[in-house]
Design a protein around this ligand. Sequence first.
Ligand code: C2O
Ligand code: CU
Ligand code: CU
Length: 495
Amino acid sequence: MTIYDNRTLTRRNCLTAMAAVGAAVAMPGMAYAGSHSERLDMPPLLDATKTGRFSLRAQAGKTNFINRSDSNTIGFNQSYLGPVVRVAQGETEATVENTLKMPVSSHWHGLVIPGEVDGGPHQPVEAGGTWRVTLPITQPSATAWYHSHIHGQTATQVYAGLAGVLQISDGHDDARGLPSTYGEDDLMLVVQDRNFDRRGRLSYSPNMHGVLGNTILVNGQVGRVAVVPAGIVRLRVLNGSNARIYRLAMASGREMHQIATDAGLLPEPLALHGITLAPGERVEILVDFANAETDSLVSSMISNTPMMGGMMEQGGGGSFELQRFEIDPRLSPRITRLAGNTGETLPNLNPEGAVQRHFTLDMGMGGGMGGMSGMGGMSGMEKPAENALSINGMPFDMSMINLVAKIGQPEVWSVSASMMMHPFHIHGTRFQVLRENGNPPAPHNRGWKDTALIDGQADLLMQFEQPATERAPYMYHCHILEHEDAGMMGQFSVG
Ligand code: C2O
Ligand code: CU
Ligand code: CU
């Protein structure tokens, strides 16, 4: 494979290269497919499993995404996004330094830790400040992540780059027969969609439906190729997009063997041809590239707007490429057989005596919902405050605790959404999807989760294990970041 400096390409060459990518990846509105000439870089690995400590520094920088003008971006320890922080079970010291001129935070999305160290909207790191916390990690291996969570700024800060991956590792993946060589057969893919202006600079145009981008970034890069051995490769995919929902598949039709959901490993690989991944969710899959030359991880177009009523588009919408793979026969694969039992179990909490709670994810009919003016009165909903999105009709209020939960008490949260699909995330716990619209959960949702796409209604079963005081409550919210910032969020204490 020839590797040359893509930055010297002219716009014209760029377009020619895009055309060469072929119809399979063409998608309505997807602007830059890239040239597939450069290798995908992994985020730097910050291994804290031995040291028990790590530091993140929020900083401003410039990033050239599409070989045109630089964009102003923000990241942790680099100009856009942050390192993959790998932590082990036990106590880990985290330091978050903020060199920006605005408050940021670092929420550990997926960690089951006390509210005081959760990094949500009540734990801002002020401009120039430093936040030091000890994370008591007891949960099993999982691919979690971290991102800023300042109320009202989460969407813009994450869009500009303030996010990274947090891998919890017990160090036993070799014994499980799982690929674990970072960047070789264990790849991290942070998938995001972004828009660029005519000069090639990152652009963000607020939209209450949630901002969708027309260009796919993987680990902050456009159109790169991942070179992999002709064996079994583990793909850890984080949907780090503000609003886009992906329906993952391999372009070749090759099976994906799901080995993990958001919050942990499955008991054994589960062969699937399609996996839905909403903002905030993670999935780990094994793909067997034996006898392959190239392949791609693709997604079908899923539309999720109030007009569409949150319908999945099956076919017709077309598909687009997320990540291209080139199989290099000179690389010797470390793993050639699919892993067997991982030693983990599916969640099976006992729902007996559970507290039942109901949540409706409500969309206001105010002026902020562009394009919805013709729909007034259609839903029969009470009109909440103008522009406000809410849960149970209550837009998020920093000074109000919406509910109080008890440690050790099973809870069933029945969450429903009309109008659109919303990825519902709960801090401070991992949960079991009991039912989706009265049926057993979709196959890819049977493991431990912390975020679940609500397409109608779902029952989530959980039991809180960690405390969260009223001054440091946990959040629950829609993970479409524009919805979260606009008020589709609530907070609770656990004692
Ligand atoms: Cu990923 Cu409350 O967030
Ligand atoms: Cu979270
Ligand atoms: Cu939402």
